[in-house]
Design a protein around this ligand. Structure first.
Ligand code: PLP
Length: 385
């Protein structure tokens, strides 16, 4: 049987043609014509005050916090459940990540948990659009406004998702996107920072390019401009090769997201009646980008045994994402029991734009058999065979 991969990047001839054009242009490095065109495209698509293309979302988070003025010892509240890049970014600045627990039904940060963790040292909040599901921005915004805190949206997984009619990436004053190979729009590695305030954007661009302006631009000027370094910056630029790929990928996001949404609909239709697991819940006021499709296994189901069985049949699966506070590097004073439970019970199933109906059915059949075989002691005798 053909393997069914957990993820697959939809990169094809159009992206290859865009790369060939960059090769011919002679400017493969960052902040050249392609990078600028990508930033213009992002500004327009998101109605952002500024958009800065960067080498990945982790870098964009780091630069966000630099531009927002986070200082050593400051506390930043981070959503506990998700890839732990936000907590890493806080630690890059010797600030303190404070993990906030999440909603059991959506996996997104619980606004009440955020409110409870605010102290005089808190300077901001990083919410995560968990595997593509936007968080509760109306409630989060009310809390951060009341306390004078910044709000950052980690929309790394959420390109194309919406919340109350607004697109993910526009739901806070600063947002980051990821274009890593496992996200819905990709250039292999890549990221972007979106800011409503153009001054934050300009600052972020300097921090991401060694503290000086575009070398490409300097080459275009008549005369001999000598740039000056006025601050310590990083080299977080996105290459023009990656930018060219992303121009094509952003043009395809609706098409690719429609395919993933159809796959999610098939899974939900086929698995909705299975009592040993729960399919994802999407509140009416938002749409999911389906970066990952995670089912929640019943409490008695042996997840490792189920995963082993699926993998033995060539079906990709995984644990889903991470509970930040349980990672050894982030010692935490605050328990996040809901996040810990999701981290223990989620199972990620194959999700990408090129899955066929036949493959989805095969995954569902194999999963149904595996959860029933490994349902453990909580399953009542005489239940589904
Ligand atoms: C993938 C991911 C990141 C990191 O993105 P990179 O582009 O790989 O740095 C950050 N935050 C979340 C929530 C992610 O899922």
């Amino acid at each position: 049987m053909e393997p069914v991969p957990l993820v697959h990047a939809s990169l094809g001839q159009r992206e290859l043609a865009a790369v060939a054009e960059v090769f011919a242009s002679g400017w493969p490095a960052g902040q050249g014509p392609r990078g600028k065109a990508l930033e213009a495209l992002l500004r327009k698509r998101y109605g952002a005050g500024d958009a800065v293309a960067m080498c990945n979302a982790g870098a964009a988070l780091h630069v966000s916090l630099l531009a927002l003025g986070v200082r050593p010892g400051d506390e930043v509240i981070v959503a506990d459940y998700g890839f732990p890049a936000p907590a890493h970014a806080v630690r890059y600045l010797d600030a303190v990540p404070v993990c906030a627990d999440v909603r059991a039904d959506t996996g997104t940060v619980d606004p009440r948990a955020v409110a409870d963790l605010i102290t005089p040292r808190t300077v901001g909040v990083i919410a995560v659009d968990t595997v593509g599901m936007p968080a509760d921005y109306t409630e989060l915004r009310a809390i951060t406004d009341r306390h004078g805190l910044f709000l950052v949206e980690d929309a790394a997984c959420a390109v194309g998702a919406t919340y109350r009619g607004r697109e993910a990436g526009t739901l806070a004053e600063v947002a980051v996107l990821s274009f890593h190979g496992r996200k819905g729009a990709t250039s292999g590695e890549g990221g972007a920072l979106l800011a409503t305030d153009p001054r934050i954007g300009a600052d972020a661009r300097l921090y991401s390019s060694f503290g000086i302006g575009s070398i490409f631009d300097m080459g275009e000027v008549v005369g001999l401009p000598i740039p000056e370094f006025t601050r310590i910056g990083h080299n977080y630029k996105l290459s023009d090769i990656a930018a060219a790929i992303l121009q094509v990928q952003l043009d395809r996001t609706e098409e690719l997201l429609a395919r993933r949404t159809a796959v999610a609909g098939q899974y939900a239709g086929l698995l909705g009646d299975e009592e040993l697991l729960t399919v994802p819940y999407v509140p009416d006021d938002r749409t999911h980008a389906w970066q990952t499709y995670m089912v929640t296994l019943g409490p008695g189901v042996d997840r490792a045994a189920v995963a082993t069985e699926l993998r033995a049949q060539g079906i990709g699966c995984g644990h889903g994402t991470f509970a930040t506070h349980l990672q050894p590097v982030f010692e935490s004073k605050h328990p996040c029991p809901v996040s810990a439970e999701l981290f223990r019970r989620h199972l990620a199933l194959p999700m990408h734009a090129e899955l066929t109906t036949g493959q989805v059915e095969r995954v569902v059949d194999a999963l149904r058999r595996a959860v029933r075989a490994h349902a453990g002691t909580t399953r009542s005798p005489g239940g589904p065979a």
